[in-house]
Design a protein around this ligand. Structure first.
Ligand code: ADP
Ligand code: SF4
Length: 703
């Protein structure tokens, strides 16, 4: 039963000629599908519609080849082929009772056009800020009319595809309408530059033209970047000045305002910002418009959502990441199952896949994200396993074991015993979530522990360390080893493929992150050596610095924590490292370690230099803790004698990997526990052009 205080979230609201059935709007976000993987695109998003999102949007959708953005995958609505492919998305969304929105995009100089090779046009001739050797031609009046016509043509194609809402993308400084508005991009002296009215003219004209073209049938939304100060200094706009002014200036043409901010906080990681983190830019917006307003802000808590609407901050809850982590979030609120919401942890691993270019999105919390079509996985539906009359022993209650046990439980296995040597479930998450800024990551284990608790056939047993004999004696027919990984204590790394002389974590002055977490004493002057490149190296440095130590962070990469460039955390992390007083030395190897210091060498120089340190923390690589698995595997007769028909390994025990992949690994095994060979993943549907072949059905069409 729904709690009545959440009723407001389920009230319909008119957006121009269309009605949004509730207050949940999946705002535009990338997934790696675009228009070229129509099955992925349609089934991924339709799953959210089934889960209760009232309107679901495409990612940014290029209106013409001028804004081809490969290797970053955008949608495209260039021709009838794209209309057909995106039409499938609209059909599936409508079948589920949701509205379909498309976000029309022209990138000016910021779309790479590496495939199309079409010259870019922009407000002024300034090269792209993204460093891929792309400049643009300053648009003359003919160019302006042509590009506005591209928007009109794209909108007409969108109408033909079946979209209900046309969103004009005017945000993130990457969309041309926004670039016209921002002095940072717009240096013109004609009627499209200079004064506020002139800088807004391009967008006002194009929205007028789009409205005339699509008539009164479709709703027109503007996704507007209201605040840009942090990115662009004096040449941006402020929410309480031109931000509000733009809304007033355009309000008669717009049915819905989708407000975002532009500084580093947009798509804000939990490391830096809490839920509703854009509130300070959003407060007061509604006083400047008569139209409904969407806000985003990593909303996962229904009480926050209610307060956003009840306080007049916004009318509609926009979400990208919360809808990826839990496509059924609205339905769970509606049905009073709030404790089943799989809350986004704000890690931005989903975005990292898009930022790498090409691969489909993955999600740390939702192993089925991106697998709806190609693997036919439904996030909330689990078939009873054909071999459900088996008892399963899962060893290790880290993210892999927790996920695997949960899914095995939902698949109706007779009993699932999840054992861990520790006094608490969570595995690596228990320590990772204590690093500065990563507290929300604890949701990975909290959510799963709660689900395990609800499953009558799953039992979590703590303080139980098993060796091979204990496993053989346990009495389960299926054994899953999820014993994780440990940090290497000898300096072995993917950069040098060798150990470091003097690196030995048995010595007092050499530590691994595991040992720091376990409380091994750390000296006053510390070197943290990072060849891993993600969160652990910088996390160790920050933790130790905040405990009062003098920390030098040494990275063999060109920048600190290079993977965090993909998760949009790198700028903020670097700022924090400096603010924490950490000395940052990039592009250097630790050549040798001795009591009292390390030898550092610039990657491009022969000579090394001494650097004094009392302790060295090695964040070089992890090694799978797979000894138990290997020992059991080496004893097939003993396994047979014990009645163990299946022995599997999952998660970091197979290979050290991202938490998202660890969770996927546990989920995948449980989904396929009754396949011919569960150790090997079943093939998935590949969306590609094959002469005479057709794609398989997926989760949504299977019922
Ligand atoms: P993953 O990331 O693959 O889930 P983790 O390292 O997070 O792996 O978790 C592994 C868990 O396995 C840890 O909580 C650890 O205590 C537990 N573990 C490791 N070896 C054993 C064992 N032999 N018996 C019981 N638990 C174990
Ligand atoms: Fe949230 Fe992380 Fe999943 Fe992205 S990958 S939706 S940030 S939990």
């Amino acid at each position: 039963m729904r709690d009545p205080r959440y009723d407001i979230l389920f009230e319909p609201i008119a957006i121009g000629p269309r009605t949004l059935p509730n207050r949940f709007f999946q705002t535009a976000h990338c997934l790696g599908a675009g228009s070229d993987k129509p099955g992925f695109q349609a089934h991924f998003r339709a799953m959210k519609a089934q889960g209760g999102w009232g309107c679901v949007s495409t990612e940014y959708c290029a209106i013409s080849p001028e804004s081809d953005d490969l290797p970053l995958v955008s949608a495209r609505i260039w021709d009838d082929g794209d209309v057909a492919n995106l039409g499938l998305l609209c059909d599936l969304l409508h079948e589920q009772g949701a509205l379909a929105a498309v976000e029309l995009y022209h990138g000016g100089p910021n779309a790479a056009a590496l495939e199309s090779r079409v010259p870019a046009r922009g407000a002024s001739q300034i090269p792209s800020t993204f460093g891929f050797m792309r400049s643009c031609r300053e648009m003359d009046l003919d160019d302006i009319r042509e590009v506005q016509q591209q928007y009109v043509d794209a909108a007409l194609r969108a109408r033909a595809a079946g979209f209900d809402v046309i969103t004009i993308y005017c945000a993130h400084t990457t969309a041309l309408p926004h670039q016209f508005l921002l002095p940072f991009y717009n240096k013109r002296t004609d009627q499209y530059g200079g004064s506020f009215e002139n800088r807004a003219r391009f967008t006002r004209e194009l929205v007028t033209q789009v409205r005339e073209a699509v008539g009164d049938e479709l709703a027109i939304s503007v996704r507007f970047g209201i605040h840009t100060v942090a990115n662009n200094g004096a040449q941006g706009i402020r929410y309480d000045d031109e931000g509000h002014r733009f809304i007033e200036h355009m309000d008669d043409l717009v049915d819905l305002w989708d407000i975002v901010s532009e500084d580093l906080e947009n798509v804000g990681p939990s490391r830096f910002v809490p839920e509703n983190f854009e509130q300070r830019y959003n407060v007061g917006v509604k006083q400047h418009t008569d139209k409904p307003v969407i806000n985003v802000g990593r909303f996962t808590n229904p009480d926050t959502m209610v307060s956003v609407i009840a306080s007049g901050q916004a009318d509609v809850i926009g979400a990208a990441r919360p809808s990826i982590a839990d496509p059924f979030l609205p339905q769970k609120i509606r049905e009073g199952r709030v404790d089943e919401i799989r809350e986004c942890i704000g890690c931005n691993v989903c975005i990292s896949r898009w930022a790498i270019g090409g691969p489909p999105l993955i999600c740390t919390q939702n192993a089925t994200a991106g697998e709806e079509y190609r693997r036919g996985w439904h996030p909330e539906r689990f078939e009873r396993a054909r071999n459900a009359d088996n008892d399963v022993l899962v060893i290790g209650a880290g993210p892999a074991g927790l996920e695997c046990a949960t899914v095995l439980g939902k698949r109706g296995m007779r009993t699932v015993h999840l054992l861990d040597a520790a006094s608490e479930a969570g595995g690596c998450i228990r320590t990772i979530a204590t690093l500065p800024g990563l507290g929300e990551w604890a949701r990975v284990s909290h959510y799963r522990t709660i689900q395990v608790d609800k499953l009558r056939n799953v039992e979590l047993i703590l303080r139980a360390r098993l060796d091979a004999e204990a496993v053989l004696d346990y009495g389960a027919e299926i054994v899953v080893v999820a014993t994780g990984a440990v940090w290497a204590g000898d300096g072995m790394s993917g950069l040098r493929h060798d150990t470091i002389p003097g690196a030995d974590d048995a010595l007092d002055h050499v530590l691994t992150p595991d040992q720091v977490f376990a409380g091994k004493p750390v000296g006053e002057r510390v070197v943290v050596y990072d060849t891993d490149g993600y969160f652990m190296g910088v996390g160790m440095a920050q933790r130790l610095a905040r405990e009062g130590r003098r920390v030098t962070y040494v990275s063999a990469f060109d920048t600190a924590a290079p993977y965090t460039a993909f998760t949009l955390e790198q700028g903020g992390i670097n700022a924090q490292l400096r603010a924490d007083g950490i000395a940052v030395v990039t592009g250097h190897f630790v050549e040798a370690i001795a009591p009292g210091g390390v030898m550092l060498r610039d990657r491009f120089e022969e000579a090394a230099r001494e650097h004094a340190a009392d302790s060295v923390v090695l964040v070089t690589q992890r090694r799978s803790d797979d000894a138990l698995y290997r020992e059991l595997k080496a004893r097939p007769e003993a396994l047979a004698e014990a009645g163990i028909s299946g022995l599997y390994q999952i998660g970091d025990c197979v290979l050290p990997q991202l938490i998202a992949d660890v969770v996927f690994s546990g989920h995948r095994l449980a989904r396929e526990i009754d396949s011919a060979n569960p150790a090997v993943a079943l093939p998935y549907v590949r969306e590609r052009a094959v002469v005479g072949a057709s794609a398989a059905p997926a989760a949504l069409s299977a019922r």
